[in-house]
Design a protein around this ligand. Structure first.
Ligand code: SF4
Length: 551
């Protein structure tokens, strides 16, 4: 872990550390110093903040793919500094160093992005914004000097050319829209070397973008298309090598919107991942997002098992078949849902599930049905959110037509006028959070995963990185934190020890640390949620920010 104190670090500048050369083709002579700032998140269910205090040096969730991609794409002789404000805020020194500022993020980070813009303007710097939020809603960002709408491509080149000519703030806002996207096969490796990767909970990587389905609430097909675009397996292997060089050794999340959006491509990639894991001693545990119908593809599941995929996030959304039909997510019913989950588990992969409440098909008994599903599925981690309408989705259009879109500023946890009374929906959500994450129930589900899922994983050797003193020390510190803060001081310590002793008797330290960290976050977050201290619409959990392939 990086031991320098937060706030005292200066991210390495790019002249010193470079990846393979695929960059902006615009010939530019002038040298510009670019400060890339990623906005902080408000605490959310899906970013695991409560786990960080049990870890060692972890401050943020995942390195943002989009900004690091842009950093790598900028002209070679442009110095770049990257700041993730989840780790430390951009300082006066950073702004004084910069000639231009780039920002990117999701809707949920809108306020923070506008705040970065305000701070940069105090130094009279031109500020450009790209990424999913501005691409969907340019009008959210009236103060920025440059809006980069769409993915990496001709708009990016134009932005670079303009800044090269003149870095000062334009007299009025300039909107640059990508009409010619750069093929993902030409994407440079994101500038992971600029991020303090060891301060992240997870590593991130992206193979594809887009999804062939059209779930009513989802903005992915509208923003990134229905025909998934792809990198090559060779690019992914080079990225994994770079992540490893930068010090990532734990879990790495494929942030693709749907890992099997193009099944053939997934099958093409997997043997390369298997090879890479064998070559490196299985240094990384892999995770991804995929549709539940992956359960129908044993040939993919078997290869994922060999490549040491340990977690799959499935947007199950609801166990109610009528609701799935109504939201156009029929593909979740290609196999019976519980059977699909069991199948994935049997290949050693834990299922994480997205769940939505507040659907038009919900009834007063929906909450109880959901809790029944949690028990039956034995899924430990379910992200239970209230329905939120995102701009540029069929849901948004329908609700607008029906006059059921509400103002974001109404102090509600959703911008949707539900068919059931709002208070009833929120109350039901709170009850589900409270019951699903009672420590006894949660650790019982983890015990099930130990017995029936983790036991199905391939036995991997201990990699040189894992054997290193730095890694052993990190593990010991985490164990100490868990034992002290949960096992001694925690109010659910009895339940914890029942689970922990079982793991310790088997010598399964990893199987103890992972669930203990996640469970602690879930328990703490759910307690706050059940008494109304957390927002009920953490739609950011779907990790789309990291999946944005361009700014
Ligand atoms: S929710 Fe998932 S499956 Fe549905 S369109 Fe979005 S990315 Fe695709």
């Amino acid at each position: 872990m990086i031991a320098r104190p937060v706030g005292a670090q200066v991210a390495p500048q790019r002249e010193e550390m470079r990846g393979p050369i695929v960059r902006c083709p615009v010939p530019v002579k002038n040298r510009r110093r670019v400060l890339c700032v990623f906005p902080s998140y408000v605490p959310a269910f899906g970013t695991f903040q409560h786990a960080y205090r049990l870890m060692y040096g972890v401050k943020a969730f995942m390195p943002p793919q989009g900004l690091l991609l842009i950093a790598a794409y900028l002209p070679e002789h442009w110095p770049v500094r990257f700041i993730d404000e989840n780790i430390r805020p951009a300082t006066q020194d950073d702004f004084e160093w910069a000639e231009a500022v780039f920002v990117s993020g999701m809707h949920i980070q809108r306020q923070q992005m506008n705040d970065i813009c305000r701070r940069a303007h105090a130094f009279d710097l031109a500020v450009a914004i790209g990424g999913p939020s501005v691409s969907a809603c340019p009008d959210y960002y009236p103060s920025f000097d440059y809006l980069h709408v769409g993915e990496l491509g001709d708009a990016t080149n134009e932005l670079i050319a303009r800044l090269a000519r003149d870095p000062s703030r334009p007299e009025q806002q300039v909107v640059l829209k990508t009409s010619d996207r750069l093929a993902m096969t030409e994407f440079p490796i994101p500038a992971y070397e600029l991020a303090e990767v060891k301060k992240y909970f997870l590593g991130s990587i992206q193979y594809s973008s887009g999804c062939p389905y059209q779930c009513e609430f989802c903005d992915i097909p509208g923003l990134y298309g229905r025909n998934p675009r792809l990198k090559t397996p060779q690019q992914i292997i080079a990225e994994l090598d770079k992540l490893r060089e930068c010090g990532v050794t734990g879990s790495v999340y494929f942030v693709d919107d749907n890992f099997i959006g193009n099944r053939k491509a997934a099958l093409d990639l997997l043997p390369h991942l298997v090879e890479w894991q064998k070559r490196t001693g299985y240094v990384m545990r892999l995770a991804c997002e995929a549709t539940l119908n992956i359960a129908k593809r044993p040939e993919i599941l078997e290869k994922m098992r060999e490549a040491f995929f340990v977690t799959v996030f499935c947007g199950i959304e609801t166990p109610d078949p009528d609701a799935l039909k109504a939201m156009h997510k029929d593909h979740n019913m290609m196999v019976p849902i519980l059977e699909g989950i069991r199948t994935i588990n049997s290949y050693g992969m834990e299922v994480v599930s997205g769940i939505i409440m507040g659907l038009d098909t919900d009834k007063p008994e929906t909450g109880d049905a959901l809790l029944g599903f949690v028990e039956d599925s034995q899924i430990p981690l379910l992200t239970i959110n209230l329905l939120q309408a995102l701009p540029k989705t069929p849901l948004w259009d329908r609700l607008e037509r029906e006059g059921r879109l509400l103002n974001d500023d109404d102090g509600r946890d959703s911008n949707v006028k539900f068919l059931l009374p709002y208070d009833q929906v929120v109350e039901s959500w709170r009850k589900c959070m409270e019951v699903a994450y009672q420590p006894e129930k949660l650790f019982a589900r983890y015990q099930y995963q130990c017995d029936y899922t983790y036991s199905q994983r391939i036995k991997v050797p201990v990699s040189p990185e894992q054997k290193s003193w730095a890694n052993i020390r990190r593990g010991l510190i985490m164990l100490r934190n868990i034992f002290w803060k949960v096992g001694v001081l925690g109010d659910y310590r009895k339940v914890f020890w029942k689970f922990a002793l079982g793991r310790l008797r088997r010598g399964d330290i990893e199987g103890l640390i992972g669930p203990a960290l996640i469970a602690h976050h879930l328990i703490m977050f759910a307690r706050a949620a059940s008494v109304g201290q957390q927002n009920a619409s953490n739609y950011s959990i779907r990790l789309r920010e990291a999946s944005v392939p361009a700014e």
